[in-house]
Write a protein that binds this ligand. Sequence first.
Ligand SMILES: *[C@@H]1O[C@H](CO)[C@@H](O)[C@H](O)[C@H]1NC(C)=O
Ligand SMILES: *[C@@H]1O[C@H](CO)[C@@H](O)[C@H](O)[C@H]1NC(C)=O
Ligand SMILES: *[C@@H]1O[C@H](CO)[C@@H](O)[C@H](O)[C@H]1NC(C)=O
Length: 319
Amino acid sequence: MFAVLSFAGTQLLCTTLSVKEYVQNEFQKVEEQVILGNKQLFPFPITLDDFFWAFGILRSRAFSRGGIQNLMLVPFADLANHSVKVTTEDHIHEIGGPAGLFSWDLLFSFQSPLKLKAGDQFLIQYGLNKSNADMAIGYGFIEPNSARDAFTLTLEISKTDDFYGDKLDIAESNGLGETADFDIKLGQSLPPSLFPYLRLVALGGTDNFLIESISGNAVWNLLELPVSRANEELICKVVRDSCRSALSGYHTTIEEDEKLMKEGNLSSRLQIAVGVRAGEKKVLQQLDDIFRERELELDELEYYQERRLKDLDLVGEPK
Ligand SMILES: *[C@@H]1O[C@H](CO)[C@@H](O)[C@H](O)[C@H]1NC(C)=O
Ligand SMILES: *[C@@H]1O[C@H](CO)[C@@H](O)[C@H](O)[C@H]1NC(C)=O
Ligand SMILES: *[C@@H]1O[C@H](CO)[C@@H](O)[C@H](O)[C@H]1NC(C)=O
């Protein structure tokens, strides 16, 4: 049996706690290495709360160039607000080389994708791919937009698997690793590599011959389609068990959350928390539905051996 990791509780809560822990550790380092030896440089003693404030400001204002390692703070540009009406990310550009009256090495340019009249607010898109949990942590608000409801499914190849090494090789040659995160989004199709990875992780028993007899990428291609009834049944069972166990970890139902949001008297923090947890549950529910339907189709699916026989039949067909 294989394990689905980090499925307990609200993901937003887990992420928030790990961000807090990270910031606390960073503060300790900064305090030891910078603050304590240079107290005279600071107008007032810097506390952990101040550091949290600074981290929050940085996180919500910085622009990133290809990932968290490349943050930039751009004064003035950092004031731009987000709008759901902006449906492209193609409006923020860096322009290299001397430009215009002042010779900068680099210009940061915004182009409004929305038509603006004088006096209108200039609005940008903070990230189309960000989930509501990302929005909550990064910016302190969420959108009532179901495309931002998401849940991250983390899967892993068990170290105790007899074919651990082979499975890891196959995963790695397809850009995945010993553990893999799959962002499941409400109303959108599942990530394309989810099924092959699930089938790979669950491969066992008599299906293991595939790993022994077929090499490299051919195995991955084969995993894109159902391998055997036992394998497909196992992936359905594991995903459904995990969804149901995760759903039972929430203290409220989707209906209760929706009622709370409708009543409309939630504080802004509670509104975020309830919105995100309702979204997570909807995604889990959707995932469970997909795999429940799959379970009902197990007898009708075509598996590796049948596909192979078909191929052989075709080859051997009399002229
Ligand atoms: C962004 O929104 C806030 C809150 O509504 C507002 O106070 C601020 O002026 C806006 N910023 C810009 C640059 O328009
Ligand atoms: C958003 O996600 C899609 C699909 O997951 C991906 O193809 C695209 O590159 C992502 N865009 C950005 C800006 O990260
Ligand atoms: C919101 O209003 C309802 C009914 O008016 C009340 O029962 C509930 O306690 C209120 N919730 C909060 C968070 O104030």
